[in-house]
Design a protein around this ligand. Structure first.
Ligand SMILES: Nc1ncnc2c1ncn2[C@@H]1O[C@H](COP(=O)(O)OP(=O)(O)O)[C@@H](O)[C@H]1O
Ligand SMILES: [Mg+2]
Length: 234
């Protein structure tokens, strides 16, 4: 099994002094599908932001053996695609096409290749008819799909999702879960959606107060009711 992400002694303090991560150690292997659960403020988002170098702590995170640092940022971001919790943080170009093309253009692809990547990413999320639409005018569910397409158009090795089903209604939630389920790619998903974890994650990490409390198979973690209850999860 190929170790695709290695996190060693990762601690992080925000500039205002808030201690958000405390000595996290975690190995992620190719093909893993990891659900990251824990109460609000546990540090889930802060941890995810370290995986593609939006936040950087010296030498604590490696992606495909590459240390996440300023120098490696371009390479890291081609491998690790992060879908933000709020799609308005992801979509900033005038049209859906421009947003989904942004990554491939930045990777230096010619316009024909860019168009192919955009078409296939939009087709994958079932949004191919929305190419010329204005991102900010879409519904929340549509924005979430386009956000996923902006990442998939770069064909990353690792997909990182922050609360992908939060604020989605039942129908869109189910559709989004099915979409993720079909993706044959390493996934790390921070979420409060236990049903989603059960249906798509093979491993679960519990975080609380900046610490990684437990990391094991979904079966073992969900079988340990006391552990879940101790961290406000059930
Ligand atoms: N930009 C920030 N500046 C200061 N503190 C922050 C910032 N973002 C998050 N925090 C704090 O860091 C801790 C972890 O937050 P976060 O990673 O967002 O947790 P989660 O995603 O599990 O809810 C919380 O105490 C939160 O208030
Ligand atoms: Mg969060």
């Amino acid at each position: 099994m190929q170790k695709i992400i290695e996190i060693k002694n990762l601690s992080y303090i925000y500039p205002d002094g808030t201690v958000a991560l405390k000595d996290i150690n975690l190995d992620i292997f190719k093909g893993d599908s990891i659900g990251m659960i824990g109460p609000n403020g546990a540090g889930k988002t802060t941890l995810l932001l370290h995986l593609n170098g939006i936040l950087i702590s010296n030498g604590s995170v490696k992606v495909c053996e590459l240390p996440v640092n300023e120098r490696n940022l371009d390479k890291i971001r081609q491998r690790v695609g992060l879908v933000f919790q709020d799609p308005d943080d992801q979509l900033f170009m005038p049209t859906v096409f421009d947003d989904v093309a942004f990554g491939p253009i930045n990777m230096g692809l010619d316009s024909d290749r860019v168009r192919i990547k955009v078409d296939s990413a939009l087709k994958f999320v079932d949004m191919e008819d929305y190419k010329d639409r204005i991102g900010h005018h879409l519904s929340f569910g549509e924005k979430k799909r386009v956000s996923l397409a902006t990442i998939m158009s770069m064909e990353p090795d690792i997909l990182v999702l922050d609360e992908p089903t939060g604020n989605l209604d039942l129908k869109h939630r189910k559709e989004f879960i099915n979409l993720l389920k079909d993706m044959n790619i390493t996934k790390i998903i921070a979420t409060h959606d236990m049903n989603m974890v059960l249906s798509i994650c093979s491993k679960v990490a519990i975080m609380d107060q900046g610490k990684l409390i437990a990391f094991d198979t979904t079966e073992k973690i969900f079988g340990n009711k006391e552990l879940l209850a101790a961290h406000g999860l059930d």
